[in-house]
Design a binder for this molecule. Structure first.
Ligand code: HXC
Length: 517
């Protein structure tokens, strides 16, 4: 009995991590503790902890007096809304959640277990990075985590919430995961901190301005979601999980959304303005076509000229990719290429059918883009669509010009079905640019007034010849021209037969391709 009581006491003590003072400090900083985060995430009475009594080797600098069971990280399995997941939560109250050898071994073990069980991995990160006192043993630990992140990639979904510091090489485990959620104000990620930046470049930066949640959600594209606090981050994890299968051999969860599959929407017939240069909100089309309230945007604030996100169509999870004419006329650039190609690759890995809505005038011109490598970045979109074998359906809403037409889910890269709206313009380039090339001589000879008239008439001739959906439909590159209001019901029917798609055409045998990066 005495031993049972001792064990109970010990377990209570372990739950306190680094002690009451440290827990208070954590709360005062606006953060929850590792246990509080896990309890918010998993369904009641479902969590099974592993490695509760693991401790560091007590030989390192000044650490013999600092034994803490668990070594600053809690790992285990539990259920989230009835679905099994593997979870680790770093405990900032013990040595700043720093990653020592045993701490890392626990996380690496969890990733292996998640792969064996075919369940998603959720990381709740809050750590000062490599534990300085453990030297290279800590680095070895990180290496073993990174290796397993890579092995698990495309096998089980990996989601990481950054809920505190994440600095130096530590950033690479989240970066290798599929999704990063960052908490506003309390989290940051950077390779080198403000002091080193100051010494190296003379720049004055704060933690927030260097690597805060906003910076990574808007500018770098490192973060996919931004949360207002720890609770919000946990809610986002739950929502994201509801769209994902548990592993690459399963389909994502079906939910009866109750939305009428044959619902017609008259507003879609007039959503695209008559003037092809006038913008409109592509999000409006997406939210009207897919099941009501189901659109969940990914990387909303990064490269807003492209839209990526999950939605449901008659209850089935789909991935949506679209151009956004409200930003940069919907043209593709370096950042949107990265955003789209990564999303397409994720959907393909996890059996999520892809729906692409196209209104793209082309790739963004200029030295900034060319010198930044828009060629190799844009190539990623082509690579991602070409290698994807999930059902792929494309709707050309308005412009689809040049290489961007090919890249964004064209038949030529393996789309199963391509639809167009009557407003579609599909050609090598826009009419204004095209007339300048093909009628160069005539235009050069004309005086300014004549020139304007000539351009008008050439543009109208070009539009009726090329800038419409019927010419490509005549070639079979567009399967049908849709009345926009009927798009939802057509897509529902299309998906219902594509769900049985199994790629029968073998890819050439190879170890792996060499994607443009
Ligand atoms: C050991 C660490 C630690 C670390 C923090 N602590 N980071 N112990 N190794 N890396 C300890 C502190 O000594 C302190 O111990 C406790 O955690 C809480 O830290 P505080 O500094 O009091 O907290 P706070 O003021 O909130 O500051 C947090 C912090 C700061 C900004 C993270 O601790 C810090 O700058 N730490 C060092 C960060 C760092 O440079 N890490 C290495 C990055 S390079 P006590 O005993 O007082 O409670 C890296 C390489 C990875 O990680 C390579 C992988 C390939």
């Amino acid at each position: 009995m005495r031993r049972v009581e001792e064990l109970k006491q010990l377990r209570e003590q372990i739950k306190l991590g680094g002690g009451v003072d440290k827990v208070k400090k954590q709360h005062d900083a606006g953060k929850l503790t590792a246990w509080e985060r896990i309890e918010l995430l998993v369904d009641r009475d479902t969590f099974v902890e592993f490695g509760r009594f693991v401790t560091h080797r007590a030989t390192e600098l000044g650490m013999s007096s600092r034994v803490a069971y668990g070594d600053g990280v809690i790992i285990g399995v539990g259920e989230v809304d009835g679905r099994k997941v593997a979870v680790y939560a770093q405990d900032f109250t013990f040595m700043g959640g720093s990653v020592g050898e045993m701490h890392a071994t626990k996380i690496a073990y969890l990733i292996e277990l998640a792969m064996k069980l075919g369940i998603p991995i959720i990381g709740l990160n809050d750590s000062g990075g490599a534990r300085i006192q453990e030297g290279v043993d800590s680095l070895k630990g990180y290496g073993e985590i990174f290796y397993r992140n890579v092995m698990a990639s495309g096998v089980v979904p990996q989601i990481v919430a950054i809920m505190g510091p994440c600095a130096g090489g530590a950033v690479y485990s989240p970066a290798l995961a599929d999704f990063i959620i960052m908490v506003r104000k309390t989290s940051y990620m950077f390779i080198t901190g403000p002091k080193v930046v100051k010494a190296a470049t003379g720049e004055d930066v704060t933690f927030e301005s260097l690597g805060g949640a906003e910076v990574h959600a808007e500018k770098s594209g490192v973060a996919h979601f931004i949360a207002n606090d720890d609770r919000d981050a946990i809610s986002l994890i739950k929502k994201l999980l509801s769209y994902l299968p548990s592993n690459n051999l399963e389909d994502p969860p079906y939910v009866d959304t109750g939305d009428d599959p044959n619902r017609e929407d008259e507003a879609l017939n007039s959503i695209v303005p008559e003037d092809p240069e006038e913008p409109y909100d592509m999000r409006e089309i997406i939210t009207r076509v897919f099941d009501r309230g189901s659109f969940f945007e990914v990387q909303e604030f990064f490269a807003p000229n492209a839209i990526t996100g999950f939605a449901r169509l008659a209850g089935y999870v789909v991935g949506v990719v679209a151009n956004q004419p409200m930003f940069m006329a919907g043209s593709l650039d370096i950042n949107s290429s990265d955003k789209i190609s990564r999303f397409v690759t994720f959907c393909d890995a996890f059996n999520i059918p892809l729906f692409t809505f196209v209104d793209v005038p082309g790739f963004l011109p200029g030295t900034v883009q060319e010198h930044g490598g828009v060629i190799r970045h844009g190539a990623k979109i082509i690579y991602a669509y070409s290698q994807s074998i999930v059902p792929k359906v494309t709707v050309i809403v308005r412009k689809a010009y040049g290489g961007a037409y090919i890249a964004l889910g064209s038949k030529h890269l393996g789309a199963d079905v391509v639809y167009a709206w009557p407003s579609a313009e599909i050609a090598v380039m826009g009419p204004e640019g095209a007339v300048e090339v093909i009628y160069k001589d005539k235009l050069e000879k004309a005086d300014p007034e004549e020139r304007e008239e000539l351009v008008k008439s050439f543009v109208s001739e070009y539009r009726s010849r090329f800038a419409n959906p019927y010419f490509p439909a005549g070639r079979g590159y567009v399967d049908d021209v849709l009345v926009p209001s009927e798009t939802r019901s057509v897509l529902v029917r299309t998906l219902s037969f594509l769900l049985s798609k199994r790629e029968r055409k073998a890819h050439p045998s190879k170890k792996h391709g060499v994607p443009p990066v």
